[in-house]
Design a protein around this ligand. Structure first.
Ligand code: ITT
Length: 202
């Protein structure tokens, strides 16, 4: 079976592939389908954006499509940057700019109030070509933690260098990919998807 990942973020696609490894499916991405249009992520929920991306990809590829909408919710910022995590420092901002902006916003926030979580919503859309509709299911995972005071580590992507998972003294960016996957929001959402897939195949 072929499945298409509805993401243009290469690092995110790498993690999704890694965690889905062994599922026995061939994984493509929308980058393999030049005719697939960019999707405007205008929902104010992770689920809304994930569904939008998955349905669009299933529609333009006629394959089952998997989308990941994810981000960082910071308690001291009332849940920001949230669904705007990829664009926190402005349209087209890179990971370093987004991270720098967040650290600056939290400059005066004391240790005990730096709680945050990564959230990942995975949407799986099944194509229904005749009507260009898709059936969709969603699964959400979260990883609790806190925001550090400076960027540490060179692995991962996004806000990994400033995120300490709960109970850990190293950021996600200081961990191996296996260590991050064992704790991550993405892994937790994909575990639910895997259970769902096993149930419908049996
Ligand atoms: P696609 O929509 O094409 O998948 P994107 O990067 O725009 O790519 P999102 O809209 O879901 O994806 O934004 C997710 C952002 O949240 C991402 O760019 C990172 O800044 C952050 N993020 C999500 N998961 C993360 C992780 O595991 N580690 C670090 N940052 C993460």
């Amino acid at each position: 079976m072929d499945i298409v990942l509805a993401t243009r973020n290469r690092k995110k696609a790498e993690e999704l592939r890694r965690i889905l490894d062994g599922l026995g499916v061939t994984i493509l991405t929308v980058a393999d389908f030049p005719s697939c249009p960019e999707v405007v992520e205008d929902s104010d929920t992770f689920e809304g954006n994930a569904v939008k991306k998955a349905v669009a990809a299933a529609g333009c590829t006629n394959l089952p499509a998997l989308a990941d909408d994810s981000g960082l919710e910071v308690d001291a910022l009332n849940g920001a940057p949230g669904v705007r995590s990829a664009r926190y420092a402005g349209e087209g901002a890179d990971d370093a700019a987004n991270t720098a902006k967040l650290l600056q916003e939290l400059e005066s926030v004391p240790e005990g109030a730096r709680g945050a979580r990564f959230v990942c919503c995975i949407a799986l859309a099944l194509p229904d070509a005749p009507q260009h509709k898709a059936r969709v299911v969603t699964f959400t995972g979260a990883a609790e933690g806190r925001i550090g005071r400076e960027a540490k580590g060179g692995r991962g992507f996004g806000y990994d260098p400033i995120f300490y998972p709960r109970g850990e003294e190293r950021t996600f960016a200081e961990m191996s990919s296996e260590e991050k996957d064992a704790l991550s929001h993405r892994r937790k959402a994909l575990d639910q998807l895997k259970t769902f897939l096993k149930e419908i195949v049996i």
